[in-house]
Ligand binder design. Structure first.
Ligand code: GLV
Ligand code: MN
Ligand code: MN
Length: 410
């Protein structure tokens, strides 16, 4: 597989160039100009591998190698191609590139699958533009209705469909997919944590993915002059928001068992240095391997926020995303382990603290996930890095698994 390494290196490199923040990591928001350039590149790479390319009414991209059994469901391989603000070059793209490389190997070995092989590149997994996240996969399985999708807006007030039209995408294309068209979904992803690197093991076979929720808290007060309003006459929305945020870490620490909480985004209005803020909006991301902890934390967070509802301050909490912890498919885990053994690649079981499209698909089709090590455990930052040697090992396992699952003949 000599060519694999150079192909994956050049694809990761190329995708990393489609960023709104050159030299400050990857910022590729859904339906942005950078999305358009990345999607054109992904589509051309799909075509170069002989795949039939289509997009759906969300802008998800599919490249299909038709199986010989008519109407048979697809073995889907892929990940997302959006990013967080100032993120890295691997979160998402590693899995898209892995899918493209599996397709390249099918073509090189002239393999004819009985079940179709479909490489997928999904939109808005991170939720960085429209909030919530896992949007491409939730849309495909019908967990995001047309109405909900059409009503999502970015922070400038641009709706999903307006943004799609702006880069030439067609929101009227088919969206929801019958689960009967999916045989399995395989996702390779970077670990985004330190465990594989600490153990010096190149492959993690994912057992389960944490449950997670994202809340949006809005705190409103009264705007006023920063110099002339006495301290006892203020309803400062940001001061209240800050007091709430400062108490969040202890809620998670008290809950225990690796429950985590993050207030990651904060917008202040009107955001003037000499104006008392009249509105602060922030997100609260809560995760745990046990659903009960997530549910408890939602209640505790709501109660904390509600306790600030006084003295001219008003609060509200909206749930942007809720998804239960998911166990991944036993047979696919066994298949990955068997193929790792055959290829003499060491592996270990691992749980995912990050959310993935795989968890959405897992209620609709068989899902398997592989992790590769992240340098220093870093992710969602420009320093995020994984080696092409590890990526290649993951791809070899995916390729072998895909041959079995598609019943490929060569
Ligand atoms: C995606 O990276 C997530 O875990 O939020
Ligand atoms: Mn991510
Ligand atoms: Mn990701």
């Amino acid at each position: 597989m000599l060519k694999t390494r150079s192909r994956i290196d050049s694809q990761i490199e190329k995708l990393s160039e489609f960023t709104a923040t050159p030299d400050k990591g990857t910022t590729r928001l859904t339906y942005s100009q950078e999305d358009l350039k990345a999607r054109n590149y992904i589509k051309s790479e799909m075509r170069a591998r002989g795949l039939q390319v289509r997009e759906d009414g969300f802008g998800n991209i599919f490249g299909k190698l038709e199986g010989t059994i008519e109407g048979a469901p697809s073995v889907m391989i892929g990940s997302h191609f959006d990013s967080v603000p100032n993120g890295g070059a691997f979160d998402g793209p590693a899995g898209v590139v892995a899918g493209l490389e599996v397709a390249a190997l099918f073509s090189e070995y002239n393999l004819k699958p009985k079940y179709s092989l479909e490489i997928v590149a999904l939109i808005e997994e991170e939720g960085s533009r429209f909030g919530g996240g896992l949007m491409g996969s939730r849309g495909i399985v019908g967990l995001l209705s047309d109405y909900e999708f059409a009503n999502l807006k970015d922070k400038r007030g641009v709706s999903t469909e307006e943004a799609m039209l702006k880069i030439g995408l067609d929101p009227s294309l088919p969206r929801k997919r019958d689960p009967k068209t999916m045989k399995a979904f395989l996702e390779l992803h970077i670990e985004q944590g330190p465990i594989l690197e600490d153990h010096n093991i190149p492959i993690g076979v994912v057992e389960a993915i944490v449950g997670l929720t994202q809340l949006e808290v809005t705190v409103t007060g009264q705007a006023g002059h920063a110099g002339t309003t006495p301290m006892n006459r203020r309803a400062d929305a940001l001061a209240a928001a800050a007091a709430i945020i400062a108490q969040l870490p202890n809620l998670a620490i008290d809950e225990g068992e690796e429950t985590v909480i993050t207030a990651g985004r904060l917008n202040v209005f009107p955001n003037g240095a000499n104006v008392i803020p009249d509105k602060a909006v922030f997100t609260v991301d809560i995760r745990s391997g046990k659903e009960d902890h997530v549910l408890n934390m939602i209640e505790k967070t709501k109660a904390l926020v509600e306790s600030f509802n006084q003295n001219g301050i008003h609060t509200s909490v909206e749930k942007l995303l809720y998804i239960q912890p998911k166990k991944l498919n036993e047979e696919l885990k066994s298949l990955f382990k068997a193929k790792s053994k055959e290829l003499k690649v060491s592996w270990m079981p691992i749980n995912s603290g990050a959310g993935h499209d795989a968890m959405v698909f897992s209620d609709f089709t068989d899902v398997g996930m592989l992790f590769i090590p992240s340098k220093a455990g870093l992710s969602h930052c420009p320093e995020e890095w994984s080696s092409s040697e590890h990526l290649e090992k993951g791809i070899q396992i995916l390729f072998e698994a895909a041959k079995v699952l598609t019943e490929a003949e060569g």
